[in-house]
Design a protein around this ligand. Structure first.
Ligand SMILES: *Cc1c(COP(=O)(O)O)cnc(C)c1O
Length: 378
Protein backbone atom coordinates (compact mmCIF):
# COMPACT_ATOMS: atom_id res chain seq x y z
CA UNK A 1 0.00 0.00 0.00
CA UNK A 2 1.40 3.39 -0.92
CA UNK A 3 0.90 5.96 1.80
CA UNK A 4 -0.38 9.38 0.80
CA UNK A 5 2.19 12.06 1.57
CA UNK A 6 1.39 15.45 3.07
CA UNK A 7 4.50 17.47 3.75
CA UNK A 8 4.66 19.62 6.86
CA UNK A 9 6.18 22.57 5.05
CA UNK A 10 7.45 23.60 1.62
CA UNK A 11 9.28 26.81 0.88
CA UNK A 12 8.35 28.86 -2.18
CA UNK A 13 11.89 29.78 -3.26
CA UNK A 14 11.96 29.34 -7.05
CA UNK A 15 12.35 31.09 -10.39
CA UNK A 16 12.00 34.67 -9.12
CA UNK A 17 14.63 34.08 -6.48
CA UNK A 18 17.00 32.49 -9.02
CA UNK A 19 16.69 35.55 -11.27
CA UNK A 20 17.32 37.85 -8.32
CA UNK A 21 20.29 35.73 -7.22
CA UNK A 22 21.79 35.85 -10.71
CA UNK A 23 21.83 39.64 -10.54
CA UNK A 24 23.72 39.56 -7.23
CA UNK A 25 26.17 36.83 -8.25
CA UNK A 26 27.05 38.87 -11.34
CA UNK A 27 27.68 42.02 -9.27
CA UNK A 28 30.59 43.24 -7.13
CA UNK A 29 29.23 42.79 -3.59
CA UNK A 30 28.19 39.46 -2.12
CA UNK A 31 27.80 40.77 1.44
CA UNK A 32 26.96 44.05 3.21
CA UNK A 33 26.39 45.64 -0.17
CA UNK A 34 23.42 47.13 -2.04
CA UNK A 35 21.05 44.15 -1.78
CA UNK A 36 21.24 44.08 2.01
CA UNK A 37 20.44 47.81 2.07
CA UNK A 38 17.63 47.30 -0.45
CA UNK A 39 16.08 44.55 1.69
CA UNK A 40 16.44 46.61 4.87
CA UNK A 41 14.69 49.54 3.16
CA UNK A 42 11.95 47.28 1.79
CA UNK A 43 11.30 45.76 5.24
CA UNK A 44 11.10 49.22 6.86
CA UNK A 45 8.69 50.37 4.11
CA UNK A 46 6.60 47.20 4.45
CA UNK A 47 6.13 48.02 8.13
CA UNK A 48 4.93 51.52 7.25
CA UNK A 49 8.15 53.45 7.89
CA UNK A 50 9.33 55.00 11.13
CA UNK A 51 11.61 52.00 11.75
CA UNK A 52 15.03 50.84 10.57
CA UNK A 53 15.93 47.27 9.67
CA UNK A 54 19.34 45.71 10.29
CA UNK A 55 20.06 42.39 8.56
CA UNK A 56 21.79 39.76 10.69
CA UNK A 57 22.71 36.07 10.46
CA UNK A 58 19.69 34.76 12.38
CA UNK A 59 16.91 35.65 14.79
CA UNK A 60 18.91 34.09 17.63
CA UNK A 61 21.84 36.37 16.90
CA UNK A 62 19.49 39.32 16.36
CA UNK A 63 18.00 38.85 19.83
CA UNK A 64 21.50 38.60 21.28
CA UNK A 65 22.71 41.73 19.45
CA UNK A 66 19.59 43.64 20.52
CA UNK A 67 20.42 42.94 24.15
CA UNK A 68 24.03 44.05 23.52
CA UNK A 69 22.88 47.22 21.73
CA UNK A 70 20.63 48.15 24.66
CA UNK A 71 23.19 47.11 27.31
CA UNK A 72 21.26 44.17 28.74
CA UNK A 73 23.66 41.69 30.33
CA UNK A 74 25.24 40.47 33.54
CA UNK A 75 23.03 40.80 36.62
CA UNK A 76 19.91 41.56 34.57
CA UNK A 77 16.74 39.50 34.45
CA UNK A 78 14.76 39.18 31.22
CA UNK A 79 11.16 38.01 31.42
CA UNK A 80 9.95 35.81 28.58
CA UNK A 81 7.61 32.95 27.76
CA UNK A 82 8.25 29.22 28.20
CA UNK A 83 6.13 28.58 25.09
CA UNK A 84 8.87 29.32 22.56
CA UNK A 85 11.79 27.81 20.73
CA UNK A 86 14.81 27.53 23.03
CA UNK A 87 16.57 30.17 20.92
CA UNK A 88 14.77 32.97 22.78
CA UNK A 89 16.00 31.98 26.23
CA UNK A 90 19.38 30.80 24.88
CA UNK A 91 20.00 34.31 23.51
CA UNK A 92 19.29 35.80 26.95
CA UNK A 93 21.83 33.46 28.56
CA UNK A 94 24.43 34.15 25.84
CA UNK A 95 24.01 37.89 26.54
CA UNK A 96 24.95 37.15 30.17
CA UNK A 97 21.47 37.80 31.59
CA UNK A 98 19.04 35.44 33.33
CA UNK A 99 15.81 34.33 31.65
CA UNK A 100 12.79 34.48 33.96
CA UNK A 101 9.78 32.58 32.66
CA UNK A 102 6.22 33.89 33.13
CA UNK A 103 3.16 31.80 32.34
CA UNK A 104 0.92 32.02 29.28
CA UNK A 105 -2.74 32.54 28.47
CA UNK A 106 -4.25 29.02 28.09
CA UNK A 107 -6.50 30.11 25.20
CA UNK A 108 -3.81 31.68 22.98
CA UNK A 109 -0.51 30.25 24.24
CA UNK A 110 0.84 33.81 24.40
CA UNK A 111 2.77 35.39 27.26
CA UNK A 112 0.24 36.64 29.83
CA UNK A 113 0.81 40.35 30.69
CA UNK A 114 -0.51 39.81 34.25
CA UNK A 115 2.04 37.02 34.81
CA UNK A 116 4.79 39.28 33.43
CA UNK A 117 3.90 41.99 35.91
CA UNK A 118 4.06 39.49 38.78
CA UNK A 119 7.51 38.30 37.68
CA UNK A 120 9.09 41.78 37.79
CA UNK A 121 11.87 42.25 40.38
CA UNK A 122 14.38 45.09 40.94
CA UNK A 123 16.74 43.16 38.60
CA UNK A 124 14.32 43.02 35.66
CA UNK A 125 15.68 44.87 32.62
CA UNK A 126 13.63 43.64 29.66
CA UNK A 127 10.62 41.65 28.47
CA UNK A 128 10.66 39.42 25.38
CA UNK A 129 7.19 38.45 24.15
CA UNK A 130 7.04 35.84 21.37
CA UNK A 131 4.37 36.17 18.66
CA UNK A 132 3.61 32.44 18.83
CA UNK A 133 2.45 30.78 15.59
CA UNK A 134 2.23 34.32 14.11
CA UNK A 135 -0.40 35.67 16.49
CA UNK A 136 0.89 38.93 17.94
CA UNK A 137 0.98 39.34 21.70
CA UNK A 138 -0.95 42.11 23.42
CA UNK A 139 1.79 44.65 22.73
CA UNK A 140 -0.21 47.61 24.07
CA UNK A 141 -0.52 45.97 27.49
CA UNK A 142 3.14 44.91 27.45
CA UNK A 143 4.34 48.38 26.36
CA UNK A 144 2.33 49.87 29.19
CA UNK A 145 3.93 47.50 31.73
CA UNK A 146 7.41 48.17 30.30
CA UNK A 147 6.88 51.95 30.52
CA UNK A 148 5.53 51.85 34.07
CA UNK A 149 8.52 49.82 35.27
CA UNK A 150 11.19 51.40 33.04
CA UNK A 151 11.88 48.17 31.11
CA UNK A 152 12.96 47.42 27.56
CA UNK A 153 10.63 45.45 25.29
CA UNK A 154 12.06 43.13 22.59
CA UNK A 155 9.76 41.15 20.28
CA UNK A 156 10.63 37.66 19.06
CA UNK A 157 8.96 37.98 15.65
CA UNK A 158 10.54 34.83 14.20
CA UNK A 159 7.03 33.69 13.18
CA UNK A 160 6.71 36.39 10.58
CA UNK A 161 6.55 40.03 9.58
CA UNK A 162 2.91 39.91 8.35
CA UNK A 163 1.10 40.23 11.70
CA UNK A 164 -0.88 43.15 13.07
CA UNK A 165 -2.85 43.77 16.25
CA UNK A 166 -4.63 46.93 17.41
CA UNK A 167 -3.09 48.69 14.39
CA UNK A 168 0.48 47.84 15.46
CA UNK A 169 2.94 45.63 13.62
CA UNK A 170 6.29 44.05 14.57
CA UNK A 171 8.67 46.71 15.85
CA UNK A 172 6.00 49.41 16.27
CA UNK A 173 5.81 49.14 20.07
CA UNK A 174 8.90 47.09 20.90
CA UNK A 175 12.32 48.69 21.31
CA UNK A 176 13.48 46.02 18.90
CA UNK A 177 11.71 43.20 17.02
CA UNK A 178 13.60 40.33 15.45
CA UNK A 179 12.65 38.35 12.34
CA UNK A 180 13.96 34.92 11.31
CA UNK A 181 14.62 33.73 7.76
CA UNK A 182 15.41 30.16 8.82
CA UNK A 183 14.44 27.38 6.38
CA UNK A 184 10.90 26.82 7.71
CA UNK A 185 9.79 30.43 8.26
CA UNK A 186 7.36 32.48 6.14
CA UNK A 187 10.28 34.02 4.19
CA UNK A 188 13.55 32.13 3.99
CA UNK A 189 17.13 32.28 2.77
CA UNK A 190 18.00 29.01 4.52
CA UNK A 191 19.14 31.19 7.39
CA UNK A 192 19.15 34.88 8.19
CA UNK A 193 17.36 37.43 10.33
CA UNK A 194 16.63 41.12 10.74
CA UNK A 195 16.35 43.44 13.72
CA UNK A 196 13.72 46.18 13.46
CA UNK A 197 14.39 49.25 15.62
CA UNK A 198 12.78 52.65 15.91
CA UNK A 199 15.73 54.55 17.37
CA UNK A 200 18.24 55.43 14.57
CA UNK A 201 21.15 55.53 17.05
CA UNK A 202 20.46 51.96 18.21
CA UNK A 203 20.15 50.91 14.57
CA UNK A 204 23.59 52.38 13.95
CA UNK A 205 24.99 50.57 16.99
CA UNK A 206 23.50 47.31 15.72
CA UNK A 207 25.21 47.89 12.34
CA UNK A 208 28.51 48.32 14.12
CA UNK A 209 27.95 45.30 16.39
CA UNK A 210 27.07 42.96 13.50
CA UNK A 211 30.32 43.85 11.71
CA UNK A 212 33.12 43.29 14.28
CA UNK A 213 32.52 46.71 15.82
CA UNK A 214 33.87 48.41 12.69
CA UNK A 215 32.95 52.01 11.91
CA UNK A 216 32.48 51.38 8.17
CA UNK A 217 31.09 48.43 6.24
CA UNK A 218 32.59 46.97 3.06
CA UNK A 219 30.48 49.11 0.72
CA UNK A 220 31.55 52.28 2.54
CA UNK A 221 35.23 51.23 2.51
CA UNK A 222 35.38 50.10 -1.11
CA UNK A 223 32.51 51.90 -2.82
CA UNK A 224 34.56 54.90 -3.94
CA UNK A 225 38.13 55.74 -2.97
CA UNK A 226 39.50 53.67 -0.07
CA UNK A 227 38.53 54.90 3.38
CA UNK A 228 40.16 54.00 6.69
CA UNK A 229 38.00 52.36 9.32
CA UNK A 230 38.27 52.24 13.07
CA UNK A 231 36.99 49.68 15.58
CA UNK A 232 34.56 51.30 17.98
CA UNK A 233 33.69 48.42 20.29
CA UNK A 234 34.04 44.65 20.50
CA UNK A 235 31.55 43.44 17.91
CA UNK A 236 30.60 40.18 16.25
CA UNK A 237 30.60 38.53 12.82
CA UNK A 238 26.87 38.56 12.29
CA UNK A 239 25.69 40.34 9.13
CA UNK A 240 23.13 39.15 6.57
CA UNK A 241 24.70 38.68 3.12
CA UNK A 242 23.65 40.08 -0.27
CA UNK A 243 23.18 36.48 -1.42
CA UNK A 244 20.56 35.98 1.30
CA UNK A 245 18.98 39.40 0.63
CA UNK A 246 18.69 38.51 -3.07
CA UNK A 247 16.66 35.42 -2.13
CA UNK A 248 14.49 37.36 0.31
CA UNK A 249 13.53 40.40 -1.77
CA UNK A 250 11.13 38.59 -4.17
CA UNK A 251 9.58 36.75 -1.20
CA UNK A 252 8.84 40.00 0.63
CA UNK A 253 6.90 41.16 -2.44
CA UNK A 254 4.54 38.17 -2.18
CA UNK A 255 4.49 37.74 1.57
CA UNK A 256 0.91 39.06 1.94
CA UNK A 257 -0.46 36.90 -0.87
CA UNK A 258 1.11 33.83 0.73
CA UNK A 259 -0.27 34.79 4.14
CA UNK A 260 -3.76 35.01 2.55
CA UNK A 261 -3.34 31.50 1.09
CA UNK A 262 -2.36 30.14 4.50
CA UNK A 263 -5.30 31.93 6.12
CA UNK A 264 -7.75 30.18 3.77
CA UNK A 265 -6.21 26.83 4.69
CA UNK A 266 -6.34 27.64 8.41
CA UNK A 267 -10.04 28.52 8.06
CA UNK A 268 -10.62 25.17 6.35
CA UNK A 269 -8.81 23.34 9.17
CA UNK A 270 -10.81 25.24 11.79
CA UNK A 271 -14.14 24.57 10.09
CA UNK A 272 -13.25 20.86 9.95
CA UNK A 273 -12.02 20.60 13.53
CA UNK A 274 -14.24 23.03 15.46
CA UNK A 275 -16.74 20.37 16.55
CA UNK A 276 -14.18 17.59 17.03
CA UNK A 277 -14.16 16.13 20.54
CA UNK A 278 -10.64 16.17 21.93
CA UNK A 279 -9.44 19.09 19.79
CA UNK A 280 -9.02 22.57 21.25
CA UNK A 281 -8.39 25.34 18.71
CA UNK A 282 -5.90 28.05 19.67
CA UNK A 283 -7.67 31.43 19.86
CA UNK A 284 -6.49 34.41 17.82
CA UNK A 285 -7.17 38.12 17.68
CA UNK A 286 -5.96 40.64 15.13
CA UNK A 287 -4.11 39.54 12.01
CA UNK A 288 -1.93 36.45 12.41
CA UNK A 289 0.91 35.66 10.02
CA UNK A 290 -0.42 32.08 10.05
CA UNK A 291 3.11 30.73 10.20
CA UNK A 292 2.04 27.57 12.02
CA UNK A 293 -1.29 25.86 12.59
CA UNK A 294 -1.30 24.16 15.98
CA UNK A 295 -4.13 22.45 17.87
CA UNK A 296 -4.29 21.14 21.42
CA UNK A 297 -5.17 17.48 21.99
CA UNK A 298 -5.42 15.54 25.26
CA UNK A 299 -1.98 15.00 26.80
CA UNK A 300 -2.46 11.23 27.07
CA UNK A 301 -3.15 11.00 23.30
CA UNK A 302 -0.55 13.45 21.99
CA UNK A 303 2.34 11.11 21.25
CA UNK A 304 0.04 8.43 19.79
CA UNK A 305 -1.43 11.11 17.48
CA UNK A 306 2.01 12.32 16.36
CA UNK A 307 2.92 8.70 15.54
CA UNK A 308 -0.41 8.03 13.84
CA UNK A 309 -0.19 11.13 11.65
CA UNK A 310 3.34 10.09 10.64
CA UNK A 311 2.13 6.58 9.77
CA UNK A 312 -0.50 8.15 7.52
CA UNK A 313 2.21 10.12 5.67
CA UNK A 314 1.37 13.41 7.36
CA UNK A 315 4.24 15.63 8.48
CA UNK A 316 3.70 17.14 11.92
CA UNK A 317 5.72 18.83 14.64
CA UNK A 318 5.60 20.05 18.22
CA UNK A 319 5.96 23.81 18.69
CA UNK A 320 6.94 23.53 21.47
CA UNK A 321 7.60 21.40 24.49
CA UNK A 322 7.86 24.24 27.03
CA UNK A 323 11.40 25.55 27.45
CA UNK A 324 11.57 24.82 31.20
CA UNK A 325 10.92 21.11 30.53
CA UNK A 326 14.07 20.76 28.37
CA UNK A 327 17.03 18.97 29.93
CA UNK A 328 19.41 21.94 30.03
CA UNK A 329 16.83 24.29 31.55
CA UNK A 330 15.81 21.72 34.18
CA UNK A 331 19.48 21.28 35.14
CA UNK A 332 20.26 24.99 35.24
CA UNK A 333 17.08 26.40 36.78
CA UNK A 334 15.43 23.42 38.49
CA UNK A 335 11.96 22.00 38.04
CA UNK A 336 9.60 24.92 37.26
CA UNK A 337 6.53 22.89 36.27
CA UNK A 338 4.60 23.84 39.41
CA UNK A 339 5.23 27.58 38.82
CA UNK A 340 4.32 27.35 35.12
CA UNK A 341 1.32 24.98 35.04
CA UNK A 342 -0.36 26.46 31.96
CA UNK A 343 2.70 26.39 29.70
CA UNK A 344 3.65 22.92 30.95
CA UNK A 345 0.20 21.64 29.97
CA UNK A 346 0.07 23.56 26.65
CA UNK A 347 3.49 22.20 25.66
CA UNK A 348 2.38 18.62 26.33
CA UNK A 349 -0.80 19.00 24.26
CA UNK A 350 0.22 21.01 21.20
CA UNK A 351 0.50 19.46 17.72
CA UNK A 352 1.40 21.47 14.59
CA UNK A 353 -0.26 20.34 11.35
CA UNK A 354 0.97 20.87 7.76
CA UNK A 355 0.69 24.47 6.51
CA UNK A 356 2.25 26.18 3.50
CA UNK A 357 0.82 28.43 0.79
CA UNK A 358 0.24 25.78 -1.90
CA UNK A 359 -0.88 22.97 0.41
CA UNK A 360 -3.82 21.40 -1.51
CA UNK A 361 -7.23 21.80 0.16
CA UNK A 362 -7.99 18.09 -0.07
CA UNK A 363 -4.78 17.44 1.87
CA UNK A 364 -6.21 19.61 4.65
CA UNK A 365 -9.37 17.48 4.55
CA UNK A 366 -7.27 14.31 4.69
CA UNK A 367 -5.38 15.62 7.74
CA UNK A 368 -8.67 16.57 9.45
CA UNK A 369 -10.19 13.12 8.75
CA UNK A 370 -7.05 11.32 9.92
CA UNK A 371 -6.83 13.34 13.12
CA UNK A 372 -10.51 12.72 13.85
CA UNK A 373 -10.20 8.97 13.34
CA UNK A 374 -7.07 8.83 15.53
CA UNK A 375 -8.89 10.70 18.29
CA UNK A 376 -11.91 8.39 18.10
CA UNK A 377 -9.67 5.35 18.69
CA UNK A 378 -9.21 6.15 22.40
C1 LIG B 1 12.93 29.92 14.54
C2 LIG B 1 12.77 30.64 15.83
C3 LIG B 1 13.82 31.34 16.41
C4 LIG B 1 15.22 31.26 15.90
O1 LIG B 1 15.38 31.75 14.63
P1 LIG B 1 16.81 31.55 13.92
O2 LIG B 1 16.74 32.52 12.78
O3 LIG B 1 16.87 30.13 13.48
O4 LIG B 1 17.85 31.92 14.91
C5 LIG B 1 13.58 32.09 17.54
N1 LIG B 1 12.35 32.14 18.10
C6 LIG B 1 11.31 31.46 17.58
C7 LIG B 1 9.98 31.57 18.23
C8 LIG B 1 11.49 30.67 16.44
O5 LIG B 1 10.46 29.95 15.95
Amino acid sequence: MSVRKVEFYRHTVGAEELASLEKTVGSYFLTLGPRVRELEGAIADYLGGGVEAVGVTSCTVGLFLSMKAFDVGKGDEVITTPMTFASTTNAVIHAGATPVLADIDPRTGLLDPAAVEEAITPKTKAIIPVHLYGQMCDMRALRDIADRHGLLLFEDAAHGIEGERDGYRAGHLGDAAVLSFYATKTMTAGDGGTVIVRDPERAQRLRVLRNHGMSKDAAARHGGTYQHWDMLELGYKAALTDVQAALLLPQLARVDAQRASRQRLVERYEAGLRETTGVQLVERSGKSTHHLFAVLVPERDRDRILRGLGEHGIGCAVNYNAVHTLHFYRERFGDQEAQLPIATDFGRRTVSLPLWPKLPEDDVDYVVDTLQSLLSET
